[in-house]
Design a protein around this ligand. Structure first.
Ligand code: ADP
Ligand code: MG
Length: 466
């Protein structure tokens, strides 16, 4: 049935249209595929024959496009006519939410309290609302860190944990925990000035302030914070001038009872290339590490995450995965997603054979894949741009540059095709990716500062997954 587009749009809303699509899809795919990949999708709006839908993450888009592109196209033209189009909107935040079923309006996630409050201030906190205490699973390896973090969030600057220096390996929850402190402080004390940034962003901003002759403003801005949260402080190694300035900011904040929260991949004493006076300051408060999660914690995290994907795994399966994937939480998440993909691909229930096969794949595939999402995250953090902006049709200068750099690095650091990369950026065409790639290449040649920035971002991405 092909119906005229215009009459449909006026008569039906996105919900009805998506329901109709689902009806067709359901007839054409195995039940488990339908449940796993299509049911979690929620309609957003319909405008000029373009149906916008919310998907939980980019992996969904990629998977659906790879396996069911033809079906999707046919369905859309059947329901919306030949001009019909589908746009995916990514709802990354949903991934870690402990009770996703409660979030029925995606806008709830975007307009959360923290963001509303931030708008009233003259700066952005850069806190990800997804990183909160409520979805951080407690375990032996993170018990002390979590308890200290929580205490700080209740009385920032007023505990003996100042600074808090949190250290540990990749993917163990450092970023999650230090941002949870920031989010909680703002929940409790909406007027407090809280800022989160990575130490390399701090460095680049500092260098810019030297060039623009605004070092004083730069320094006073950070001295005006009630809580300063700096991630991955190890990137300050070897940057003496930045360390000097940070030392002064640190002192002012500390003397006036403001809270400093730092994370690092190593303990303070092992940060070779950091000035002694800075290291001695780090020892004033509490240094605590996060250890890889023990077996029980891994089971609990898997259980929680699988439930957010809407699947229930038996205890045997949870325990099998948890005993075979031991190094970090990012890897556990990766295994779970792969399990979902494998089960859906083969239209199989998740049984033991499938779990064994998937775990084997994940553990032999140790060469960690850098994801396009991760690249986007790092690049957006650097350019201070919200991740969803680079997926939308936004032409603001900094958004365009962040998008192009992220596309460029995605091409360099992943095995993804141009088409896949385009899809990750709001369904853009492969020619857009090529254009971005060559523009960035040209700018690298023309502008040595830009070259430095791109190399630093690349290093950071590669370092953090190796
Ligand atoms: P790090 O900064 O130490 O490299 P992240 O904070 O980025 O690690 O954590 C990696 C992923 O694992 C994130 O998606 C985070 O939400 C998740 N994660 C880490 N620790 C926990 C935990 N204890 N409970 C739930 N999720 C966790
Ligand atoms: Mg981190």
């Amino acid at each position: 049935m092909t119906t005229s587009t215009h009459s449909l749009q006026t008569e039906k809303d996105a919900k009805d249209i998506w329901k109709e699509c689902l009806g067709i899809i359901k007839e054409n795919v195995p039940f488990i595929t339908y449940n796993t990949w299509f049911l979690p999708i929620k309609p957003f709006e319909i405008e000029n024959s373009i149906l916008k839908i919310y998907v939980p993450n980019t992996f969904f888009i990629e998977w659906i496009e790879e396996h069911y592109n033809t079906l999707i196209n046919k369905t859309i033209s059947q329901v919306l006519g030949s001009e019909g189009k589908l746009i995916y909107i990514i709802l990354e935040e949903k991934e870690d939410s402990p009770e996703p079923q409660k979030i029925d309006k995606p806008s709830d996630l975007i307009t959360n309290k923290t963001n509303e409050l931030l708008k009233q201030k003259d700066f952005e906190s850069h806190l990800n609302p997804r990183y909160i205490f409520e979805n951080f699973i407690k375990g032996e390896g993170n018990q002390l860190a979590r308890a200290a973090a929580y205490a700080i969030s209740e009385s920032p600057g007023q505990t003996s944990f100042n600074p808090l220096f949190l250290y540990g390996g990749v993917g163990l929850g450092k970023t999650h925990l230090i941002q949870a402190i920031g989010n909680k402080i703002l929940d409790r004390y909406p007027d407090k000035r809280v800022i989160y940034l990575s130490s390399d962003v701090f460095t680049v901003e500092f260098v810019e302030s030297i060039q623009n002759n605004t070092v004083n403003e730069f320094s006073s801005f950070y001295k005006s914070m009630d809580a300063l949260i700096i991630d991955d402080i190890q990137f300050l190694v070897g940057k003496e001038k930045t360390q000097d300035l940070f030392f002064h900011i640190f002192n002012t904040l500390h003397q006036t009872g403001r809270q400093i929260i730092l994370s690092s991949d190593k303990a303070p004493k092992d940060l070779k290339g950091l000035s002694d006076r800075l290291i001695s300051r780090f020892l004033w408060g509490l240094q605590t590490d996060i250890q890889p999660p023990d077996f029980e914690t891994r089971v609990a995290i898997l259980k929680n995450k699988s439930e957010t994907y809407g699947i229930k795994l038996s205890n045997d399966i949870l325990e099998y995965v948890a005993s075979n994937i031991t190094s970090n939480i990012r890897e556990l998440e990766g295994c779970l997603i792969k399990l979902l993909a494998n089960s859906s691909l083969n239209s199989k229930e998740i049984d033991f054979d499938l779990v064994k096969k998937t775990v084997r794949e994940v553990s032999t595939n140790k060469q960690v894949n850098i994801s396009i999402d991760y690249i986007t995250k790092i690049v957006c953090e650097f350019y201070n741009v919200e991740e969803n902006k680079v997926r939308e049709k936004n032409r603001r200068k900094e958004v365009v540059i962040a998008r192009q750099v992220a596309m460029f690095l995605a091409k360099q650091l992943t095995k993804s095709s141009l088409k896949t990369i385009g899809l990750h950026f709001g369904g853009r065409d492969h020619s857009t990716v090529i254009h971005a790639y060559s523009s960035v290449e040209q700018m690298i040649k023309d502008d040595s500062k830009f070259h430095e920035v791109v190399s630093a971002l690349k290093n950071k991405i590669e370092l953090s997954v190796s």
